[in-house]
Structures are given as structure tokens and as C-alpha cells.
Design a protein around this ligand. Sequence first.
Ligand code: ATM
Length: 266
Amino acid sequence: MSAHDEILEPDDGPLASGTSRAGEPIEPAFRSAAQVDPRLLASTRRQGCFVTFEGIEGSGKSTQIARLAERLDGAGEPTFVTREPGGSPLGRRLRGLLLGGEIARIEPLAELCLYVADRAQHLREFVEPNLASGTHVLCDRYLDATLAYQGFARGLDLDYIRLLHEKPPLDRRPHRTILLDLDPELGLDRARRRNDELGLETTEGRFERETIAFHRRVREGYLSLAEAEPFRFRIVAAEGTAEEIEARVADLLSDLFPGLDDEDAS
Ligand code: ATM
């Protein structure tokens, strides 16, 4: 039995009626981890854990994912690192279309459909097979990014976005989501400095050209998603050194991956 098998043992009776699958928006009254749907828990016992990282531009997701993956490797936990958009060969083409400057304006609904297409392919081709083989999947952005960017920031209907994600393979929900929270002004500044330092001419500027008000809506959107699902989300203040943030993240995942504690001790 692996570490996460143990902690995901359902410890209560039937769910209160109206409670949805873990990860789906549920009523604030049904917030405790003890009320996670037993069907999801049962399937998780044989699978890897699916952990997603979210946050505004410049919040340090990729750095933290790389650090966590290294820790998990050190703890002997097989781990697959991926991202959206762009986690599959099709997705890399879609990423170029979505974020590059080739197409000047993409209709919000068309943009939504391209992110959903990327996700469907990514889930079938990489996420599900890895989870099924017991490998943990760490994913840089997922459905919450669609809700935050296309929903909260662009104004598309949140219920419509959720409806698109009700059937397989899109009904997959993360076991845990780390939200790296940061003031958008700091995040954008960080992202620009990173690009300058690396001498990168960014070819992915669609969102960097958005107003600060747009990025604020993204942040607020993420925070309200996190507030609605506290059993899945963990909010991490993304200020401080990479080491400090790494320690916060590891702490918030130690129930899923007890091996992370051993790493600290070593
Ligand atoms: P990364 O640079 O973090 O990989 O994200 C690419 C952009 O894709 C990101 N932009 N910014 N800032 C957010 C955007 N995005 C969406 O708008 N919707 C989605 O569903 C996903 C997965 C990403």
C-alpha cells in the first residue's frame, strides 16, 4: 500500500445528499475532507495523486513544480511533470496558437474551446495513463485556470465551462491544488525581469498584454475558487525566496506524500 492510499481511506458514512465529486464546486456547508466522495477515494487507492499548481503569471509555479518533483523523486515516488496548455504534441501546437502573436484576436469562446481541446488530449494521452500506472502527476495549470482566465477574467459563463467538464475524460479533478498567490503587479514585474535576465523575447505575450485589471480579476477568481473548495485548494503566499515557498508547499502536501517529511529530516 502506498502512502497516499492510507490517508485517503474513507472514514465516514454516506455523503450528505447534494454533495458532488471531490473537486467539483460544492456547497460551503460540505467542506470537510471527510466528505470527499468515496467513489473517488476508492479509485485513488490504486492510482497516483493528481496535483495541480495555479497562480497568476510570475507566481513561480514552474520553479516550485520542479522543486517538488525533485523532492518526490528523492522520496522514491514516481512523478510525471506536465502542463497546460502544451502537455501533448497536439497541445504544443495549440499553445503556439493560443499564446503566440500569429493570430491577432481569438474570440473568447474559440479560446475556451482550444484550451478544452488541449485538456481532452492531454488527459487521455498522458494524465490518465500515468495516474493509472500509479505515477503521480504534477500539472502546471488545469481547469481552475480556465475558470479564472476565461471565466472570471474574460467573462464567459462559469457554469458553461463546468458543464463542458462533466463527462470523461474532462471530469477528472485534482486531488490537491496549490494556489501560489501573489499581487499581479509583483507577478508581472517578476515575469518581465525573468524574461529580460534570460534574454527571452517572449513569443507568448497574449496575456502579458492584458491590463492589470484583467490580472486582478484572475487573482480574485482563483481566490474565490479556493474559498469554495478549501478541502482541495491550499493557498500559498508566493512571496519570499524559492526555498521558503518550497518548504510551504511541501508542508501542505505532506498528508498526500508523507515521504516529503522524511526528505526534510534527511
Ligand atoms: P503558463 O505561461 O503559466 O504556462 O500559462 C500560459 C497562459 O495560458 C497563462 N497566461 N498567463 N498569464 C494562462 C493561460 N491559460 C488560460 O487562459 N486558460 C487555461 O485553461 C489555461 C490552462 C491557461
